[in-house]
Design a binder for this molecule. Structure first.
Ligand SMILES: NC(=O)c1ccc[n+]([C@@H]2O[C@H](COP(=O)([O-])OP(=O)(O)OC[C@H]3O[C@@H](n4cnc5c(N)ncnc54)[C@H](O)[C@@H]3O)[C@@H](O)[C@H]2O)c1
Length: 260
């Protein structure tokens, strides 16, 4: 399927690495432009100084949990006139602990980052999306948004909430031809899952190898997925190939059968 996103602009929160950056690369390889922001300044500087991304990816140093700064960021995009898509990608893993051991700060930070930030970006992006006359919002949830997930209560709660946000926003924005869908990645190969596995192994006194094997055994295809798999789903949801797809929860996870 050949997808052409030329003359189209997309905003990605927390997009300088991981899934957001994989999605950014997918968009530019289909001719679109990407406006990404991230709290990691050195990654932002690296993107902006790389000729490969010149005039394709516009990277901004930003704390994507700060509503005041997000509002200013969208003001700075006003020369764009319209935005064709928003990828609400920001999301932290949060603590790996039993609930009674989670601090109030850990809880609040996970919920704010994983849920409130999606609200802030959507709030300020919607006027731009309406100007495009049609558009696509993708919210990054997780398979943790579909199951109970022991030792990860703030993360799982935030990811369930992202699904509620997706379903609700799809209803509100349908009349403007703005589609809203969620992607639920399973365990994605990369640094973040390595850190999650390490934290779990420490908590339950196990080895990283055993924890990984256990996670794989919960999936029908017996595998972790790749960033590229998520980026391909995002490209589909941004493109006209999915123009009648809205309010959907797309899992890209090899079919999770259980989480515990
Ligand atoms: N990686 C996985 O296995 C996995 C699985 C399911 C769901 N997800 C979800 O997918 C999304 C992307 O995950 P990822 O693995 O690419 O993330 P990641 O941990 O690799 O982080 C991506 C980027 O987020 C940035 N970031 C963190 N806090 C920020 C802040 N306050 N403001 C701005 N930028 C900030 C980091 O600097 C980094 O560049 C998240 O919502 C995550 O919950 C990931």
């Amino acid at each position: 399927m050949k997808i052409n996103l030329s003359k189209k602009s997309y905003v990605i929160s927390a997009g300088a690495d991981g899934l957001g950056f994989a999605i950014a690369n997918k968009i530019i390889s289909s001719g679109g432009k990407v406006y990404l922001s991230d709290i990691n300044k050195s990654k932002i500087d690296k993107i902006n100084s790389n000729k490969k991304y010149h005039n394709k990816i516009f990277a901004k140093h930003l704390d994507c949990t700060n509503p005041k700064d997000i509002k200013e960021y969208f003001k700075s995009l006003s020369n764009l006139k319209k935005i064709d898509g928003l990828i609400n990608n920001i999301g932290i893993a949060g603590p790996t602990k039993y609930l009674q051991n989670i601090s109030i700060d850990e809880w609040d930070q996970t919920i704010k980052t994983n849920l409130s930030s999606h609200f802030y970006f959507a709030k300020f992006a919607i006027p731009f999306l309406k100007k495009a006359k049609k558009g696509s919002i993708i919210n990054l949830s997780s398979t943790a948004g579909l199951y109970g997930f022991a030792q990860r209560s703030p993360y799982a709660s935030s990811k369930w909430a992202v699904i509620g946000l997706t379903k609700t926003l799809a209803v509100e924005l349908g009349k403007f031809k703005i589609r809203v869908n969620a992607i639920c990645p399973g365990s994605v190969n990369g640094d973040r899952m390595d850190r999650v596995i390490n934290a779990k192994a420490k908590l339950i006194n196990s080895s990283n190898k055993k924890v990984r094997k256990e996670l794989e055994s919960m999936v029908s295809l017996n595998t972790f997925v790749e960033k590229e798999d998520i980026a391909s789903m995002a490209l589909f949801l941004l493109s006209d190939a999915s123009e009648n797809v809205s309010g959907q929860i797309m899992t890209v996870d090899g079919n999770t059968e259980r989480m515990n």
